[in-house]
Design a protein around this ligand. Structure first.
Ligand SMILES: [Zn+2]
Length: 396
């Protein structure tokens, strides 16, 4: 068992190993595990294959982007019946799940079908794939082992819940978990960037309904992160200031797109939003990543994020006036591990492809072909609606 002093007071962290060698970590915020009255000692007794090894990534010479080639992921679990959910505690369904315990608060484990993995590559994994250790003859066809790590974060053992229905205490635990994982994954040899995210809703390709998020630790700086870093670096060189801080000041000054203003956090619809529904949640203080958040900021983040997700779930109404749970992607933009930490500023981006009830925005020719976005909805209108559907309690 390993524990970190920062989260020791409110969360007990217990690291264990699954049958195939993957790490699983319990983050307990309730009794009897929080005090240590009971310990996490249930073994995973499934007959699993060996630990997944790193696959390959190939360099797209046209763009300079790395593409992870993970054809083993085609076999991953796809929308299983509830009794076979791999993220529910073991014992409730018809087969053992990924989590050997009968109950849990928050759990993190290494993905069984990772796009990036630690450890040696397996030479000749498939007949047409050169071993990642062998250089190819042509430098335009470069490849490298897809080193790194992919983790799954189960927000609750309740299969029917969602992040927005978590208690503030549980949401606060997830904030600690994101920070803990960012710290640990940033320390791994190959890792250049850590991305904590959640996909919710079948509309955006969720393959498991159980409320969960993911964390990818990449061995390179991803394309959009690189783009954010270029803009932040140029702004800092020109003004000596942080782009994220100046943008927050500009949004507060304009006011029309601000949705929530807290003591430590601000949520606004960005001036040039790309998605039909998009909100940025930013700390009021300059911090590079989740690890740097202090206790008061983490407390308020849990509250403000739940408030924001609640508003998003009231954003659209069905024909009978009932709210429509918004499919969304939520991702934390953090400073890369080794570059640009002095110019980067943490922010959460929440976005949805739902442009009207039952109507999805497809990333078609302009967006997918050349990366030129067309947004049919004025950001000010989105912000006004999100203010209107404010906290359920405020409306009473
Ligand atoms: Zn489940």
């Amino acid at each position: 068992m390993t524990e970190h002093p920062d989260i020791l007071q409110r969360v007990r962290r217990t690291s264990t190993v699954l049958a195939d060698g993957r790490e699983l970590i319990y983050f307990d915020d309730s009794e009897p595990y929080l005090s240590g009255a009971k310990s996490r000692d249930v073994a995973d007794e499934r007959p699993l294959d060996d630990l997944p090894t790193a696959g390959t990534m190939r360099l797209d010479a046209l763009t300079g982007d790395w593409i992870s080639i993970a054809d083993h992921r085609q076999n991953r679990t796809f929308l299983p019946p509830a009794g076979e959910c791999p993220l529910c505690p073991t014992g409730g369904g018809t087969m053992p799940s990924e989590i050997p315990a009968h109950e849990y608060d928050v759990v993190v484990f290494e993905n069984r079908f990772p796009s990036f993995a630690s450890g040696a590559t397996t030479p000749g994994t498939s007949a047409d794939e050169p071993s990642a250790d062998e250089p190819t003859a042509n430098p335009l066809l470069a490849h490298a082992p897809a080193l790194g790590r992919c983790e799954v974060v189960c927000f609750t053992s309740d299969h029917g819940a969602s992040f927005s229905s978590l208690s503030p205490t549980r949401a606060r635990t997830v904030v600690d978990v994101w920070a803990d994982r960012t710290r640990e994954l940033s320390a791994l040899d190959a890792v250049e960037h850590v991305f904590c995210f959640e996909n919710r809703g079948e509309e955006i390709g969720v393959t498991l309904h159980h409320p969960h998020g993911q964390i990818y630790a990449y061995p390179f700086i991803p394309a959009r992160t690189a783009s954010l870093l270029r803009a932040a670096t140029a702004h800092h060189a020109r003004t000596g200031r942080l782009l994220g801080a100046d943008l927050l000041a500009a949004e507060l000054d304009a006011g029309s797109r601000v949705v929530i203003r807290g003591a430590h956090w601000t949520a606004y619809v960005p001036y040039a939003a790309s998605w039909p529904v998009e909100v940025h949640l930013v700390p009021n203080r300059d911090v590079p990543d989740l690890v740097a958040l202090d206790s008061a900021e983490r407390d308020e983040l849990a509250e403000v994020y739940l408030d924001l997700l609640g508003r998003l779930d009231r954003y659209y109404e069905g024909p009978d006036g009932s709210p429509i749970a918004l499919p969304y992607i939520a991702g934390w933009h953090q400073a890369p591990v080794h570059q640009g930490r002095d110019v980067s500023r943490l922010h959460l981006q929440v976005m949805s492809v739902l442009r009207a009830p039952g109507r999805l925005k497809y990333l078609a020719g302009s967006e997918s072909g050349v990366g030129a976005w067309v947004n049919d909805v004025a950001p000010e209108r989105v912000a006004a609606r999100l203010r209107q559907v404010g906290r359920a309690a405020d409306a009473l």
